[in-house]
Each structure stands twice: as C-alpha cells, then as structure tokens.
Design a protein around this ligand. Structure first.
Ligand SMILES: *Cc1c(COP(=O)(O)O)cnc(C)c1O
Length: 228
C-alpha cells in the first residue's frame, strides 16, 4: 500500500506541473517528473512507484548501489542527478539509464569506455551547465557546452539527450527564472547544426519547478515536495 501522504504529495506536484505547463501554453505530457530519492529508504521509494512514478533520481552512486537491489534495476528508469567522479563511471554505467551531470571531456571519455561493456543499452547523457557561474556549483560554463555535446555525439555508446542546470538557491523562485531561460536559449543555439531531434532541459526542483516548466523544462527533479 502506498503511503497516503506520498500519494497526495505526488498528485499535488503533478497538478502544479500541469498548471504551470498550461500557463505557458505547453502540453503537460512534455514534462517528465523525476522523483529524487536521495536519503529515502527503498520501502518509501517503492510506495512512490506504486503511485505511478517511473523515473527515479539519485545523487550518489554508492547509495544507489545499496538501494537498487530492493527496487529492481528494470523496475523504473534510473537517473543520476548528482556529481559523478570519473572513478565511479564504471558503476554509474551499470546503475543508471540517464546521467544529468556530465561536465568534462575526461568524464565523457571514461563513460564511453565503460558504456562499451554494456552494449545492450544506450546510455543517455545531459551536459550540466553552470549558468549562474556560482563557484560552489558543478557544471561546465555555457561556452563549453557545445564542445562537450560534440564529444558525446562522436561517441559510439553514448547518446546526447540535452542539458541540465541547477539554479542558485533562493526563497523567491522567480530568482531562478533568468537561469532557466538562459539554459533554454543555450539549448536552442546548440540544437542548430548539432541535432534535430528534441533535446531535454532538466531544470527545476521542489523550490522552483513551476518556474522551470514555464521556461520550458522537459524534466523536473523533485524530491522534498514528494517525501516531506
Ligand atoms: C536533491 C536534488 C534535487 C531535488 O531537490 P528537492 O529540493 O528535494 O526537490 C534535484 N536535483 C539535484 C541535482 C539534487 O541533488
């Protein structure tokens, strides 16, 4: 049985996504909800899955390795939303379907090497961009994103699926809007000449996902608003 609170929270988050999409004249079906489960035990993650969650986001490779057997590798799509160190690339390739936090050529090279060993599944990557330039944030600079995207596109076992960013934390979610808008404009520029198929924009967390959807997010990463 799903916990009623998780069920209610999920429903409210989905309603808020739909309302934000409506305000922007977008189809809510364009927005995927990744349920971020860092620090949440496997039993509670299974409750969320029982409520229809199909995409799980974790921020640590080791934590995922410990929890995933109790949930199942194939039960959902697994997203790595947190920073990835090169020496964890082998494990990350096993545990995740989509990695949001790619921010260096060295990491791309290592992921390509490791992904070659799992031919049965293509690994999708998002380039993480530090739009705001905050020193505490991971991610490449906006001017570096094209070079990283091109490196992924040249790889045999990796697929470039779009961009990700984190806005600086602020009480007022409107403060995140310029960051999200810049990521969308960057995506539009990169799309020219590189790729015709749609590219994801992974942006927006519990604090600011509605603003992100208004600005074009196709993936929102929401944790505390679901598990609070
Ligand atoms: C924790 C985390 C989230 C979710 O944050 P909440 O505020 O709990 O919704 C999203 N993205 C990343 C990269 C995170 O680490």
């Amino acid at each position: 049985m799903a916990h009623p609170k998780v069920r209610d929270n999920l429903q409210r988050v989905r309603e808020r996504i739909a309302a934000a999409a409506g305000r922007a004249g977008r189809d809510p079906a364009e927005v995927r909800l990744v349920c971020v489960t860092k620090g949440i035990p496997a039993e509670r993650i299974r409750e969320a899955i029982a409520c229809g969650v199909g995409e799980i986001g974790e921020n640590r490779v080791q934590e995922t390795r410990e929890k995933q057997p109790a949930i199942g590798r194939e039960a959902v799509r697994w997203h790595l939303v947190g920073h990835l160190q090169r020496n964890k690339a082998r494990l990350a390739v096993e545990l995740f379907d989509l990695i949001h936090s790619v921010d260096s050529l060295e990491l791309i090279e290592e992921l390509e090497r490791q992904a070659g060993n799992r031919a049965e599944r293509e690994l999708e990557l998002l380039v993480q961009v530090n739009v705001s330039g905050e020193a505490t944030k991971h991610g490449c600079g906006p001017e570096e994103a094209r070079r990283l995207a091109e490196a992924i596109l040249r790889s045999r076992h990796l697929r470039w699926a779009g961009l990700m960013t984190m806005a600086p934390f602020a009480e007022d979610p409107e403060r995140a809007r310029p960051v999200f808008r810049q990521l969308r404009l960057l995506r539009d520029r990169l799309r020219e000449g590189l790729r015709d198929s749609p590219l994801h924009l992974s942006m927006g967390m519990s604090q600011d996902f509605e603003v992100a959807v208004e600005e074009g997010a196709t993936i929102v990463r929401v944790g505390s608003a679901i598990f609070q």
